[in-house]
Design a protein around this ligand. Structure first.
Ligand SMILES: Cc1cc2nc3c(=O)[nH]c(=O)nc-3n(C[C@H](O)[C@H](O)[C@H](O)COP(=O)(O)OP(=O)(O)OC[C@H]3O[C@@H](n4cnc5c(N)ncnc54)[C@H](O)[C@@H]3O)c2cc1C
Length: 387
C-alpha cells in the first residue's frame, strides 16, 4: 500500500519537520539519511517568523525554547583584539523580536527528532540512486539496490540535493554563488578573551570572524570571507583556505584554525538555489534543496519548518490530488521565499563588507543600536520576527 506512504530524503531540519508534520496528517514517513548517525551541534541560527508559528502548531515550541542560547551581547573587536563597541543583549532581544530565538542547528534537529523518532522509520547511512514516477506512485532505488515505493517523495537533502539532481537536473543550473565562503564549527572550550555571554566578532574588509559563547559550556566559531572562486576555496579544504584568508588576523583566529577538526567543520560556498518549480508530479523539494536562501538571509531554518507545516496543510486540503496540492503549496510559499532570497543578497555586505565604506555603513547603525529609532530601523531591516 502506498496511498499515504511518504519517502523523505534527508534528516535535517526540513526532513524531520516534514516527517513530523505529515505524520500528524496520518502519513507514514520513511526518512533516509546519508550520514551514519544523527548530527549534533553545527552552528548558531536565528529561528523566527513562520518557523516559530509552525513550531507552535506542531507542538515543538517548548522544546525549542528550552534549548535556546542564553542572553548574549554582540561584542565587536579590532583585528588585534582591542574592543570597538558592544550591542547589549536588551537591544539584541528587541531586534530579534518577540518570537526570535537563537539556537544551534543541531538542537532544532534534536527537538524535531525526539518528537518524531517513534512515529516514523528513520534509516541512517543510506541514500538514493534513482527515482521513477508512475501515475499512482513514485519508486525510489537506494544505494544498496533495494527499492521503496510511496505516494510522495520529499527531497529535503539540502543545498547539494541528490533528489534535485536526479529529478530536476544538475545543481549548476540552479545554484547562485554569492561570492563568499563560510566555515563554522563548535569548540571544546571558549577562547581566552571571548566572553561567555557574547557573540564576539572581528570584521575586516572582505571578512568576518565570530566566536559565539552559547551557554552551557558550549561555543562555536564562524568565518565568512569574500572570494571570486568558491570552487578553488572548497578544493583547498577548510584549514588551508582559512589560514590563507585570515593570515594577518591576530585575535584568536590563527589558533582556532590550527586546532580545528577539519572533518567536523561546515565549509562551503555561500549559495542560493533558484528554481522555477519545486515539484514535479509526486516529487517535491523542501528546504535548502528547493530554495536555499543562504545564511545571509538568517531565515533558512524558519522556512524549512514553516514550509513543512504548509506542505502538510496543502496535502490535507487536496486529499485526492498530490500534484495539485504541491502546486498550491508552492504558490502560497513562493512570495516569502523570493523576499528572503532578496534580503540574503542584500545582506552580503553585513557579514563581509566589501570595502571600508560598507564596513562603516554596517557599523554605524550597530554602534547606535540601543537608540530606539535605530533599534526600530534594524528590526525592520533584519525582519526576523515577521510571522
Ligand atoms: C553557517 C550557517 C548559518 C546559518 N544561519 C541561519 C540563521 O541564522 N537562521 C536560519 O533560519 N537559517 C540559518 N542558516 C540556514 C539553515 O541552517 C538551513 O537553511 C537549514 O538548516 C536547512 O535545512 P535543510 O534540512 O533544508 O538542509 P540541511 O541542513 O543541509 O539538511 C540536509 C540533510 O540531508 C542529508 N543528505 C544530504 N544529501 C543526502 C542524500 N543524497 N541522501 C540522504 N541524505 C542526504 C544531509 O546529511 C542532511 O542531514 C544558516 C546556515 C549556515 C550554513
Amino acid at each position: 500500500m502506498t496511498a499515504k506512504r511518504v519517502i523523505i530524503i534527508g534528516a535535517g531540519i526540513a526532513g524531520l519537520a516534514a516527517a513530523l508534520r505529515l505524520r500528524r496528517s496520518s502519513w507514514e514517513p520513511l526518512v533516509l539519511e546519508r550520514a551514519p548517525s544523527r548530527r549534533s551541534g553545527g552552528y548558531a541560527v536565528v529561528f523566527s517568523g513562520i518557523g516559530h508559528d509552525a513550531a507552535e502548531r506542531m507542538g515543538i515550541l517548548p522544546g525549542l525554547q528550552a534549548r535556546q542560547v542564553g542572553a548574549f551581547d554582540l561584542a565587536y573587536l579590532r583585528a588585534d583584539g582591542r574592543p570597538r563597541f558592544t550591542v547589549p543583549y536588551a537591544t539584541v532581544r528587541k531586534v530579534l523580536g518577540g518570537g526570535g530565538m537563537a539556537l544551534l542547528r543541531g538542537d532544532i534537529e534534536t527537538v524535531l527528532y525526539e518528537a518524531v523518532a517513534d512515529q516514523a522509520e528513520i534509516r541512517f547511512g543510506t541514500t538514493i540512486t534513482a527515482v521513477r514516477q508512475e501515475a499512482e506512485a513514485v519508486e525510489v532505488t537506494l544505494a544498496d539496490g533495494t527499492v521503496e515505493r510511496a505516494a510522495l517523495l520529499v527531497g529535503a537533502d539540502g543545498l547539494h540535493s541528490t533528489v534535485r539532481a536526479l529529478v530536476f537536473g544538475p545543481e549548476a543550473q540552479y545554484r547562485r554563488d554569492l561570492g563568499h565562503m563560510v566555515a563554522a564549527f563548535t569548540l571544546d572550550e571558549l577562547l581566552a578573551g571571548a566572553s561567555r555571554r557574547a557573540f564576539t566578532t572581528v570584521t575586516r574588509v572582505g571578512q568576518t570572524f565570530t566566536v559565539a559563547g552559547l551557554g552551557g559550556g558550549r561555543a562555536a566559531a564562524f568565518f565568512t570571507y569574500g572570494t571570486d572562486d568558491p570552487a578553488a576555496e572548497v578544493d583547498k579544504g577548510p584549514r588551508h583556505a582559512l589560514q590563507q584568508a585570515y593570515g594577518g588576523l591576530t585575535w584568536a583566529a590563527p589558533e582556532l584554525i590550527t586546532n580545528m577538526r577539519e572533518k567536523d567543520a561546515y565549509f562551503d560556498s555561500v549559495s542560493q538555489i533558484v528554481m522555477d518549480q519545486w515539484s514535479q508530479g509526486r516529487v517535491v523539494l523542501l528546504g535548502d534543496a528547493a530554495w536555499c536562501v543562504s545564511l545571509f538571509a538568517g531565515y533558512g531554518s524558519a522556512l524549512a519548518v514553516g514550509g513543512a507545516d504548509l506542505l502538510g496543510t496543502a496535502l490535507d486540503r487536496h486529499p485526492d490530488g498530490i500534484p495539485a496540492a504541491l502546486r498550491a503549496w508552492e504558490a502560497g510559499l513562493r512570495p516569502e521565499v523570493i523576499e528572503r532570497q532578496a534580503k540574503g543578497r542584500a545582506n552580503t555586505g553585513l557579514h563581509a563588507p566589501r570595502n571600508r565604506l560598507e564596513l562603516a555603513l554596517r557599523d554605524f547603525p550597530l554602534r547606535l543600536a540601543a537608540v530606539p529609532p535605530v533599534t526600530r530601523m534594524l528590526t525592520r531591516h533584519l525582519d526576523f520576527h515577521k510571522g
